[in-house]
Design a protein around this ligand. Structure first.
Ligand code: DC
Length: 230
């Protein structure tokens, strides 16, 4: 008998901040008709709640309680935390740092991973983050590790920050991203890492379309026997 679960496809995209994961994952999800899941936004929502309630991100016990209690809803282009639209609030620089700090706590990660797996069990997804191919969906059909030179990643994030009206210097942003990437890559639980079976893509000198086509090629090869999905 056909198992409906077998049709579910997971495209996992991991990599450091500013590598282009969100842009690419959104476009891929559109092209494939899959659900786009930004797992970083989930950690950001927990961090935002902690900041608002003055919970120390190093307090593992309280942070785990917050993560378990957080009602996080993702819909195209929006994220809600406990019924409030926090799409813009979670992009503030203090929330970026806070998210990286709360993501160190194993109890917080367990709560987020459970939510992420539940979503991926219901629908085909393009899911981006740091540990999707290694921990959340180690059996994902498509795994990509998207990278870019540090200077290029800072340049991209600076453009985004300025477009959002944030006043931040290049140096300040570069230091913040370096600190965040170091913390994300060196934590004990589920650090940012390339899964052994992930395809490494360096987007430094590639246009968005080129990266998108390269990943679609992998999807076609691994999932649809070379055929177009749409
Ligand atoms: O993708 P992002 O920059 O919005 O993620 C914010 C932080 O959340 C990032 O610094 C580390 C953490 N994160 C994580 O630990 N695991 C994920 N799967 C996604 C994000």
């Amino acid at each position: 008998m056909a198992n409906p679960k077998q049709k579910r496809v997971v495209v996992a995209i991991d990599g450091p901040a500013g590598a282009g994961k969100s842009t690419i994952a959104k476009r891929l999800a559109d092209r494939l008709g899959f659900t786009y899941i930004d797992t970083g936004a989930m950690y950001r929502a927990v961090a935002l709640w902690a900041l608002r309630r003055n919970v120390d991100p190093a307090d593992s016990h309280r942070m785990e309680q917050l993560a378990l209690a957080a009602e996080i809803e993702l819909s195209p282009g929006h994220i809600q935390l406990n019924g409030e639209d926090v799409t813009e609030a979670i992009r503030r620089p203090e929330v970026s740092s806070g998210a990286s700090k709360v993501a160190v706590i194993p109890g917080v990660r367990r709560a987020m991973v459970a939510k992420q797996r539940a979503i991926g069990e219901r629908a085909s997804v393009v899911m981006e983050g740091r540990d999707i191919g290694t921990v959340v969906f180690p059996d994902a059909q498509v795994k990509v590790f998207l990278d870019a030179d540090a200077a290029e990643r800072v340049r991209r994030r600076l453009l985004e920050a300025r477009a959002a009206g944030q006043e931040i210097s290049r140096e300040g942003l570069a230091a913040q991203m370096k600190e965040r990437d170091e913390r994300d890559s060196t934590r004990a639980d589920a650090p940012l890492a390339q899964a052994p079976d992930a395809v490494y893509l360096d987007s430094t000198r590639l246009g968005i379309e080129e990266v998108e086509e390269a990943i679609l090629k992998i999807v076609r090869a691994r999932v649809t026997n070379g055929k177009e999905l749409n």
